[in-house]
Design a protein around this ligand. Structure first.
Ligand SMILES: C[S@@+](CC[C@H](N)C(=O)[O-])C[C@H]1O[C@@H](n2cnc3c(N)ncnc32)[C@H](O)[C@@H]1O
Length: 255
C-alpha cells in the first residue's frame, strides 16, 4: 500500500471536491474553445507519436475527446476517483480507458508512444522523480509533454497570487516553475531534445475560469485563440514570449 504525502492527499481531496466544477469548464463553449486550443498547441510538435497516449492528471477526461482523431488508444489516469468517475461517464469510447492512479506509484502494463500532463507537474511532490518514472513508460523516440503555468510575466504572477487568496477552489500551495527550471527538470529526468514554447497570451483566462455571459464570452474566446495562434508562431517567440505568456509547453524526447 502506498502512503501519500500530506500535500498529495490535500491535492487529491481538493480535486475530488471541485470535480464537478472542473468537468463543467469543458462544457461551457468559451472555456471549451480555449481548453481545446491549449491542448492542440501542446501537441503541435508531437503528432507523429500519438498512436497510444497516456495522460497523467487527466481530470474529467476531455482530452480523450479533443484528441480523438489522433490516437488509437488513450489512457487517462488521475488520483481523484471522482474525476475518473466523471471521465468514464463522459468519455467512454473504443480505445479509451481511465484509471484511478497516483503517478508516484502507477505501473502501466504496456509502453506508450507519448505521454502528457496539462497543469499537473507543479502539483507533484517530486517532479523530477515522477518525470523519470514517466520516461520509462514511453517508447524510444516518444514525447513527454507538459503544459505548465509560469511566472515570467509579473502581472500574471500577481493575478495568480490574488486568485490563491480569493478562490477556495484554487490550490494555494501550488508553485509556478520558470522555463529554465522546467527545462532542467526534463533534462535531469533523462529526456533529450528539450524545447520550451511560451503558450497562451490572451486565451488562458478563458481556459481557466468558468465565465458568465457565455454568448458574449464565446466569440471573445474565439478571437483570443486566433490571436494566440498567430503570436505563438511569431519569430523569436521562444525568447521574448516567456516574459508575457501565461504558460510554457515543455517537450522532451525519450532517448
Ligand atoms: C489543475 S488539474 C488539471 C486537470 C486536467 N489536466 C485539465 O487540464 O483540466 C490537476 C490534475 O492533476 C491530478 N493530480 C495531481 N496530482 C496527481 C498525482 N500524484 N497522480 C495523479 N493525478 C494527479 C489532479 O487530481 C487534477 O485532476
Amino acid at each position: 500500500m502506498s502512503i501519500k504525502s500530506d500535500r498529495a492527499e490535500t491535492d487529491r481531496i481538493l480535486h475530488d471536491r471541485i470535480s464537478e466544477d472542473l468537468a463543467r469548464k469543458d462544457q461551457l463553449p468559451a472555456q471549451r474553445l480555449a481548453r481545446q486550443f491549449r491542448l492542440s498547441q501542446t501537441f503541435k510538435n508531437a503528432q507523429a507519436h500519438t498512436s497510444s497516449i497516456l495522460e497523467i492528471g487527466c481530470g474529467a477526461g476531455f482530452s480523450a475527446e479533443y484528441l480523438k482523431d489522433t490516437y488509437k488508444t488513450y489512457k487517462g489516469i488521475d488520483h481523484s476517483s471522482l474525476l475518473i468517475a466523471a471521465a468514464s461517464e463522459l468519455h467512454s469510447a473504443p480505445g479509451v480507458t481511465f484509471e484511478v492512479a497516483d503517478i508516484a506509484t502507477y505501473k502501466p502494463k504496456t509502453q506508450f508512444d507519448s505521454t502528457f500532463l496539462i497543469g499537473v507537474l507543479h502539483h507533484l511532490d517530486d517532479p523530477v522523480g515522477n518525470l523519470r518514472r514517466v520516461t520509462q513508460f514511453v517508447s524510444s523516440g516518444g514525447y513527454v509533454l507538459a503544459n505548465e503555468p509560469q511566472p515570467g510575466n509579473p502581472i500574471i504572477t500577481w493575478a495568480r497570487a490574488l486568485r490563491k487568496i480569493t478562490d477556495n477552489n484554487y490550490s494555494s500551495d501550488q508553485v509556478e516553475f520558470t522555463a529554465t527550471e522546467l527545462a532542467a527538470q526534463f533534462q535531469e529526468a533523462g529526456l533529450i531534445d528539450i524545447t520550451i514554447t511560451p503558450q497562451g497570451f490572451f486565451s488562458t483566462p478563458f481556459a481557466e475560469v468558468a465565465m458568465p455571459l457565455q454568448s458574449i464570452m464565446t466569440p471573445i474566446s474565439r478571437i483570443a485563440c486566433a490571436l494566440d495562434n498567430i503570436i505563438e508562431r511569431l519569430p523569436g517567440v521562444r525568447t521574448w514570449g516567456r516574459w508575457l505568456s501565461w504558460n510554457i509547453v515543455v517537450s522532451g524526447n525519450v532517448p
